[in-house]
Design a protein around this ligand. Structure first.
Ligand code: SF4
Ligand code: SF4
Length: 378
């Protein structure tokens, strides 16, 4: 399976639609992915209440242009995601408005998801998850198109196609995954299980304005000017990581996908359509600070002794904090208490999942890598 990469400088609506049509052509034509009468879920990354220009969420013009393409083909569109907080109308309507999805849904035969139910899907082939709790909105559609944002990630190192589908686990239920799977390898395996279980028909990645540094929400916008797509989420992530100079071994979902034989013989020369990837590589793309390196080769007993000293920790900056309480409300092991409207963390309970940093609306949480980890994983 191929990966399409096309250069695009900005989010101009007409240009975005043109690039998306070229992308679909590269991958076999629009008819291959959209049939008349089908209802298609567009699954953007709507991590939190952010404006499109902050580069935290999938840009609304990509969603709007895709919706128009689907409707032009005789289909109908549902736009939906489940961010980290409560999965309900109040939370989602605020996020739809701020991220531009309300405007994106102005295309005819296009609606925003308002089904906040969930169900459990059996997945016998799962390596870690054999029963997966998912949002019910996927039962309302015939197909899913996954539209991720290219970003660094404090816990998962990188978030693209595979990680974006964690948003199909309903709201606060995501916390259980972090509590049950503090080990990144288990967590990455579970992300791959979710991805293989829901199997979107197409994966598109917004790499026009990406995020580097303290992603997925506290980093900086980095212009890459690229729109990427593939039917294969692992190849798409592999190509995106190649561009931002992340090796397959550094990214848990890629490393484990390769171990599970989901990445085989990908050829960066023959399997990329559009641009020559060699000309796109950005060698100074900043990694997420919590990227603590590869612990796999350290013997387990030594790792157990070291793990607490090597783990990155969230640091709360009370001078920036506005006391919203989102970090405390969404901390999986309930390690944060709000005292006098400021968060206090119990580091003995903290599992370094960085959900707090991901959800803080004012970047009041940074991640500190211990000195020992810096020495070992330079
Ligand atoms: S304090 Fe933050 S990093 Fe630690 S467990 Fe809670 S949400 Fe995760
Ligand atoms: S989420 Fe951020 S602003 Fe809100 S209480 Fe926590 S640290 Fe403060």
């Amino acid at each position: 399976m191929k990966v399409s990469i096309i250069k695009q400088d900005n989010y101009d609506y007409n240009k975005t639609k043109e690039t998306l049509l070229k992308t679909l052509d590269n991958l076999g034509g629009v008819e291959k992915f959209i049939n008349p009468g089908e209802k298609i879920l567009l699954k953007p990354n709507l991590l939190m209440k952010k404006k499109p220009e902050e580069a935290t969420t999938t840009h609304p013009n990509i969603i709007k242009a895709l919706a128009e393409i689907i409707v032009d083909q005789g289909g109908t569109v549902l736009i939906g995601d489940s961010p980290g907080g409560p999965f309900n109308n109040l939370m989602l309507s605020t996020i739809y408005n701020s991220t531009g999805m309300t405007e994106a849904s102005s295309i005819k035969n296009t609606e925003l998801n308002s089904n906040f139910g969930s169900f459990t899907k059996e997945f016998k082939e799962g390596v870690i998850l054999n029963n997966i709790l998912l949002t019910d909105m996927i039962n309302d559609v015939d197909k899913i198109i996954n539209v991720s944002k290219l970003k660094t990630h404090g816990f998962a190192v990188f978030t693209g196609a595979v990680k974006n589908l964690f948003g199909l686990v309903p709201g606060t239920n995501k916390a259980e995954y972090h509590v049950k799977m503090p080990d990144i390898n288990d967590f990455a395996n579970s992300l791959i299980d979710i991805c293989e279980c829901v199997k979107p028909s197409l994966h598109i990645m917004d790499g026009i304005d990406a995020m580097e540094g303290a992603g997925p929400s506290g980093g900086s916008k980095r212009h890459l000017g690229l729109l990427l797509a593939s039917e294969n989420p692992h190849y798409l992530d592999l190509a995106a990581c190649k561009i931002i100079d992340l090796d397959i071994e550094e990214v848990p979902t890629l490393r484990i996908a390769a171990n599970r034989d989901l990445i085989e013989n990908f050829d960066f020369t023959k399997d990329i359509l559009g641009e020559n990837i060699k000309n796109l590589i950005v060698t100074d793309f900043k990694k997420a600070p919590a990227n603590s390196g590869n612990l796999r080769n350290i013997p387990k007993p030594i790792m157990n002794l070291l793990v607490d000293r090597l783990k990155s920790k969230p640091i709360f900056h009370h001078d920036i904090c506005v006391g919203c309480g989102d970090c405390a409300a969404n901390c999986p092991p309930v390690a944060i208490q709000m005292i006098d409207k400021k968060p206090e963390v119990d580091y003995d309970k903290c599992i370094s999942c960085f959900c707090c940093q991901e959800l803080c609306p004012v970047k009041a949480i940074t991640i500190k890598k211990p000195f020992l980890a810096k020495l070992i994983f330079k």
